[in-house]
Write a protein that binds this ligand. Structure first.
Ligand code: ASP
Length: 323
């Protein structure tokens, strides 16, 4: 029996076309929506297009609206799986937001394309079909939100866009994909081990992301305090260290009860309180900075945003970041 699959188109290159001047833009009619004949036999489809945006235009408000659309649709009718098409620039953030907030165990797959619909070697329809295969596969149940592109299945927590233009851009540094898609079948070779779920009903907090660098000072931290941010994620140096000139500015944020979370600007690894010098990890921990457990900066920002809508306790936020 054919499964029921909810398709949610949100925009991005997978929904774009290249014009005669070589500019890639949203088309009058979304080209991926016109592929229904090709995919007709794979499932019964319920197709929604809540908006059609390049993904740099996506904010947490759109992420929340996708979550609500999925939850409402699941309540109204029997849905076996969901495929979301999305621009690749912020795809990992939307996928992780949904992973942390959607209360269902049906497969939810987020996909996109690096080449628009009329470019040579376009990967949009191919990735879309691979995603439907995963969304209709029983083994994909209870694996959290998945990212499927270029024949690979990644978790929302680990996958990141690693290349500006290559079709194999999505990688899970340190961990690798959890499965692959072939012409005839879907194979999983890893099972994600933990799943966290948080409430998210509205978006009202402002959380910012900064990257540390040699010679960084406190100026940006003072400015962030002045604009009343609710939380800050810093991509710190190495194992989790900061230049000493930043410390006064960071102390000002902590004194104002603004949680500061650090991840590493390194591509791999987890921050730890190893170094005892001024600005070293031990010093940062003593100041009350929260250490994350291997997320990249943009995903730690999503998690802190969600955390702040659930609790004001820095101890509870630290607990969430150690899961
Ligand atoms: N800039 C595009 C977007 O994220 C890139 C893509 O979709 O691949 O909307």
């Amino acid at each position: 029996m054919k499964k029921n699959v909810l398709i949610i188109h949100t925009g991005g290159t997978i929904s774009m076309m290249e014009d005669s001047a070589g500019s890639v833009k949203l088309a009058d009619e979304n080209p991926i929506k016109k592929t229904s004949e090709t995919i007709r036999d794979m499932a019964n489809f319920i197709v929604k297009e809540p908006f059609n945006l390049p993904s740099p235009h996506i904010t947490a408000i759109e992420m929340l609206s996708i979550k609500k659309l999925i939850e409402e649709s699941i309540q109204k009718q029997s849905i076996d799986g969901v495929v979301i098409t999305h621009g690749t620039d912020t795809l990992e953030e939307t996928a992780y937001f949904l992973d942390l907030t959607i209360q269902t165990n049906i497969p939810i797959v987020v996909t996109g394309a690096m080449r628009s619909s009329n470019e040579i070697g376009s990967d949009g329809l191919y990735n879309f079909i691979s995603s439907i295969k995963v969304a209709t596969c029983d083994q994909a149940i209870d694996k959290g939100v998945l990212i499927v592109l270029n024949d690979e299945i990644h978790t929302a927590a680990n996958a990141t866009k690693t290349h500006t233009s290559n079709v194999s851009t999505f990688q899970s540094p340190q961990y690798g994909p959890i499965g692959i898609v072939t012409k005839g079948a879907v194979f999983f070779h890893h099972q994600p081990i933990h799943r966290e779920k948080y409430q998210m009903k509205s978006v009202s907090k402002r959380v910012t992301l900064l990257k540390a660098h040699a010679g960084m000072d406190s100026a940006l931290f003072y400015a962030l305090k002045d604009i009343n941010i609710d939380g800050l994620v810093i991509e710190a140096l190495g194992q989790g260290n900061m230049p000493p000139e930043t410390l006064k500015g960071i102390e000002g944020l902590l004194a104002a009860n603004i949680p500061v979370v650090i991840v590493s600007r390194c591509f791999n690894g987890i921050v730890q309180d190893v170094y005892g010098y001024n600005g070293g990890g031990k010093h940062l921990k003593d100041m009350g900075i929260i250490f994350s457990n291997g997320l990249n900066g943009q995903k730690a920002r999503i998690k802190l945003l969600i955390a702040l809508h659930n609790t004001e306790s820095h101890i509870e936020i630290q607990r969430m970041f150690s899961l």
